[in-house]
Write a protein that binds this ligand. Structure first.
Ligand SMILES: O=C(O)/C=C/C(=O)CC(=O)CC(=O)O
Ligand SMILES: [Ca+2]
Ligand SMILES: [Mg+2]
Length: 409
């Protein structure tokens, strides 16, 4: 029990304690921990300059034993009445702070770990071949994304311009994306790094990964479909990737750990071993306030521990602040799909919102909010917060007018 007044049944109680970076009107960005609807200013509460930094990276680099020590210390400060006088001045109401990107994003990798998503996308993008490529059940497929365009929840997303060519078009045209989509994903934040040539095993996961956030991998499907052969996602996914402001430490997800679905064929030995890191997270996707999907993370085929092992098997390093995302979370059911492309089946079957409007892809002004909860102890739920973003109209291209005769829409 905490001496602090927290809302009854809050998903941000003592068993959660996520980390973020906040600022106030008169104080620069620094590290805080969320408790209920308040933020504990760690720079004020603890004697470690690492928390006065405007990003979590310094703390991430300190490693597992220090993360556990700080979590235990914060719990003690918020539970033991004797600390009340010291801690109270370091607490701020959430509505008085501004939340920032919680960590400086190093390398950013996006995986493709949902069998349901990969099968759905395969059917739509490659209708003349098997939905899953031959490698899919042998390794967690991924690509390197653009870390510099990872933004915090609430940052508006400008509709990208680019080349797009429908299969029936004779030549590509240029202009604003017409098939702007979302991807509901879970992100894993690397803490302790590695040296070159130091592959990690799945069993090393909790020593190197600090925690979890929510990710929206905004995707321009028309740009993507035209550009991705043969090297994979590029400009169709590099204009913005949004993350939630609170990083939930792995320690808070102990009750959410589950075995992943059965993996057959048996993966190679470097992808096996350690504790199971399937996660029973319930995601929810809202479009303009209406729930359009509830993707279940427990259905993901590859675990984040296997992703980490695969990502380092060639000797590649990881560094504090690296982010790897799961890939779109789609469950087996229609209302569990984590992208609009799947929900509307490529635009063939638009979804109807309660206000009577329909959507295949996003319109200017649309707002998407992805949230998630996880099981905590004794039947409680902990929250992962939310990642939100609203679509702004495409900007005019400074060197190419939309009215230009070269525009072939
Ligand atoms: O199958 C493809 O060609 C591309 C799939 C994706 O959209 C890539 C991606 O971001 C992976 C994911 O989110 O699962
Ligand atoms: Ca993705
Ligand atoms: Mg992206």
């Amino acid at each position: 029990m905490t001496w602090l007044a927290v809302p009854e049944g809050t998903p941000f109680g003592l068993t959660n304690l996520p980390y973020g970076v906040f600022s106030t009107a008169d104080a620069a960005p620094r590290v805080g921990v969320r408790i209920g609807d308040q933020v504990l200013d760690l720079a004020a509460a603890l004697d470690d300059p690492v928390f006065a930094e405007p990003a979590l990276n310094g703390f991430l680099a300190q490693g597992r034993s220090r993360w556990d020590e700080v979590r235990a210390r914060v719990t003690e400060l918020l539970t033991d009445e004797r600390w009340r006088g010291t801690v109270e001045p370091a607490l701020l109401p959430l509505d008085r702070v501004r939340l920032h990107l919680p960590f400086a994003v190093g390398d950013y990798v996006d995986f493709y770990a949902s069998e349901h998503h990969a099968s759905n996308i395969g059917r739509m993008f490659r209708s003349d071949s098997e939905p899953l490529t031959p490698n899919w059940k042998h390794l967690p497929i991924g690509y390197h994304g653009r870390s510099g365009t990872v933004v915090v929840s609430g940052t508006p997303v400008v509709r990208p311009n680019g080349q797009r060519k429908a299969p029936t078009d004779a030549a590509p045209g240029f202009g604003p994306c017409r098939r702007l989509d979302i991807e509901a994903e879970v992100g894993f934040v690397v803490g302790a790094g590695t040296e070159p040539g130091q592959p990690l095993a799945p069993a090393d996961f909790a020593d190197h990964v600090f925690g979890v956030c929510l990710v929206n991998d905004w995707s321009a499907r028309d740009i993507q479909a035209w550009e991705y052969v043969p090297l994979g996602p590029f400009l169709g996914k590099s204009f913005a990737t949004s993350v939630s402001p609170w990083v939930v430490p792995l320690a808070a997800l102990e009750h959410a750990r589950v075995a992943p679905p059965v993996q057959a064929p048996q993966p190679l030995p470097y992808l096996t071993g350690g504790r199971p890191w399937g996660l029973d997270l319930d995601l929810e996707v809202r479009l303009n306030g209406h729930v359009v999907s509830r993707p279940p993370y427990a259905s993901m085929y590859w675990t984040p521990a296997q992703m980490l092992a695969h990502m380092t098997v060639n000797g590649a390093t990881v560094r504090p602040g690296d982010l790897f995302a799961s890939g779109t979370v789609s469950g087996p059911e229609k209302d569990q799909r984590g992208s609009l492309m799947e929900l509307s089946w490529g635009g063939q079957d638009p979804i109807t919102l309660p206000d009577g409007t329909t959507r295949s892809f996003l319109e200017d002004g649309d707002e998407v909010v992805i949230s998630a909860t996880a099981p905590g102890p004794d039947g409680t739920r902990i929250g992962l917060g939310e990642v939100a973003g609203r679509i702004l109209p495409a900007a005019d291209h400074p060197h190419f007018s939309q009215q230009d005769p070269k525009e072939q829409s």
